[in-house]
Design a protein around this ligand. Sequence first.
Ligand code: NAD
Length: 348
Amino acid sequence: MSVFTAPDFADHEQVVFASDPSSGLRAIIALHDTTRGPALGGCRMWLYPHEDDAIADALRLSRGMTYKSALAELPFGGGKAVVLGDPSRDKTDVLWEAFGRAIESLGGAYVTAEDVGTSVADLEVVRRTTTHVAGIAEGGAGDPSPATALGVFVGIKAALRHRLGVSDVNGLRVAVQGLGHVGVGLAGLLAEAGAKLIVADIDPVRVASAVREFDAQPADPANIHTQEAEVFSPCALGAVLNDVTIPDLRAPVVAGSANNQLAEARHGAALSDRGILYAPDYAINAGGIIHIAYESTRTGRAYDRQAAFAHVGRIHDTLTEIFGLADNGGIPTSVAADRLAEARLGAA
Ligand code: NAD
């Protein structure tokens, strides 16, 4: 098992292997870059097939958080923790307390939050042994999903303006994949603004509710990406833009909340080759982390919703800048986003 020569190693500042035999804790905490501030990123709990997969996930996701925070101009670096184990079976209070002690030993260089396989309830236990926890009730500002949904909504508007020259979504068709916390919030904003919704989810109850509430047209989850619409909005899974789906896309704009939408980096170019404007995922879905930046535990002041949401609104301008850079440089928007993030990181 290698770290320094692992494909996802990108000069990470620290990679910490935390173990506590009495509680069964085995965790990896990757701090990619703390130039802009403490490395903030969620804690993922997952039954990885192999330890190497856990290391790769921590390395890749922590680097992604550096880019996301830099692009959103937040005072955070990038970090991520992975706890090796089955989230449905292996969670115990003593494990989370041991995990909290491991975070505390880093002296605030890493701040954890919720992610796949962990919940606010788990983080409340983590907080018994460390203060370096974001996105939970006390001192927190609650669920970040409405802020994420708002960021995606303004991002869709930026993309439509750039690609189709229209300034609002009224009368346009948006195909939303996934009606979870973000998807349903986004659907509400779009419906209110007069968009026509096509929706899909593997949960039929969520689909039925969107049909009722937003007058949405249901689609088969297997082919929501092939719908004739102005926008395809992936709000469920990663790797949804791949060799199989890209040739079938019919929307000129792809803009949604899902993390890691491109199966591989080269799929950014595949989208631009097809003339499809892709709003890079970590640029458009930054609303949640922006919201966290305004929590009282981060700022020392009461949560200022107006300031937080105004900052989320700037996602529109960041995307417009990315689209311009991509056009001028003849590069995919995914590459333009990386360059802008690196420039903002360099400027810090
Ligand atoms: P969620 O778990 O609440 O919702 C996901 C939804 O997708 C669920 O309704 C699920 O049934 C549905 N789904 C799963 N597989 C599907 C499929 N094959 N086809 C259609 N629907 C499917 O998650 P969320 O918090 O709404 O987040 C959605 C995405 O946005 C995730 O990729 C997440 O990582 C990303 N994201 C979320 C936030 C946030 O603030 N919640 C912030 C940044 C990024």
